[in-house]
Design a protein around this ligand. Structure first.
Ligand code: TPP
Length: 316
């Protein structure tokens, strides 16, 4: 997707279609995991769609993205064909990583997608390395480095902040604060300031954004991307978001109530929020949303979680 003003109805319809694609894809993955058609570890992105969709629309196709194991959506928005991701999940040679990476390790370098990393936080220094190469080769590209609020407590993140700032690397550090690191709520794990301020000691400007509002995500991202591309050096954004499903497919979710999840769904769901904003009034855009919703039909069997556990010896 090319960057375009977020008040353009065509852009909003595009955001809606892409968020719906991500959601329906992930629901299908959850269903197939439950049927035993997908093996290994599997982390769904349902609830967080606005973050990748709004941010990807603010960068160019020749820019770079790197993220954690919760990576299906990031690959989808970069333009990796859904069939290649599904083939990867089901361990086939037609998969985007030739069926050898699975859910957590998808790569498509031609599309600027550098994974898919199972080691928490490992993608942060790797992402700075990609940004270093962009700058060294005098390309006017940027790198988006996505990581969770749990990873944001790791030492390697701050070593990376130091070097990225020192070398004015063209990188945006994106903390996807989905409120839980496995079963640990952010309020139990985070000391000190808001996460958006964590780069300030290194001279890295940070902002906090409502990551459930795709328009807010996109507008904030456009501003940050323009500044980073102009050579201002690294920036940080904390996206306040929420994951609806368990940490992974084997998570029984005992650390929060169903009521908590239900309230977020009812009040903040990113897809529903955008639908309410665009739909109605007999507009062409409103009609288009309905068409997209019909094409990407809700998967009737895609309920909550799976009856089948991940490998129990090494739960992630
Ligand atoms: C170095 C390392 N430590 C621990 C783990 C186990 N682990 C997997 S995911 C996770 C929680 C990470 O939470 P967060 O960074 O908030 O990302 P989220 O899963 O919420 O997207 C942990 C501790 C790991 N994979 N790698």
């Amino acid at each position: 997707m090319a960057a375009a003003p977020a008040d353009d109805p065509a852009v909003l319809v595009d955001f809606y279609r892409t968020m719906l694609l991500v959601r329906r894809f992930e629901e299908k993955v959850g269903q197939m995991y439950g049927m035993g058609l997908i093996g290994g570890f599997c982390h769904l992105y349902i609830g967080q769609e606005a973050v990748v969709v709004g941010m990807d629309a603010a960068i160019r196709t020749d820019d770079a993205v790197i993220t954690s194991y919760r990576c299906h959506a990031h690959a989808l928005v970069r333009g990796v064909p859904p069939a290649a991701i599904m083939a990867e999940l089901t361990g086939r040679g037609a998969g985007v990583s030739k069926g050898k990476g699975g859910s957590m390790h998808m790569f498509d370098i031609e599309r600027g997608f550098y994974g898919g990393h199972g080691i928490v936080g490992a993608q942060v220094p790797l992402g700075a390395g990609i940004a270093f190469a962009q700058k060294y080769q005098r390309r006017d590209n940027v790198t988006l480095v996505f990581f969770g609020e749990g990873a944001a407590n790791q030492g390697q993140v701050y070593e990376t902040f130091n070097m990225a700032s020192l070398w004015k690397l063209p990188v945006i550090f994106v903390i996807e604060n989905n409120q839980y690191a496995m079963g640990t709520a952010v309020r139990r794990a985070k000391a000190g300031t808001e996460l958006c301020h964590r780069g300030e000691a290194f001279g890295i400007h940070g902002v906090q954004v409502d990551g459930m509002d795709v328009v807010a995500v996109h507008e904030a991202s456009r501003g940050l991307v323009a500044r980073v591309r102009d050579g201002e050096g690294p920036m940080l954004v904390e996206m306040q978001t929420y994951r609806y499903r368990g940490h992974s497919m084997s998570d029984p979710v005992k650390y929060r109530t169903r009521d908590e999840v239900q309230k977020v769904r009812e009040r903040q769901d990113p897809i529903e929020q955008l639908r309410a904003r665009v739909a109605g009034g007999g507009t062409i855009a409103g009609a288009e949303l309905k068409v997209h919703a019909l094409v990407l039909q809700k998967n009737p069997g895609g309920g909550c979680g799976s009856s089948r556990a991940e490998p129990s010896t090494m739960r992630r």
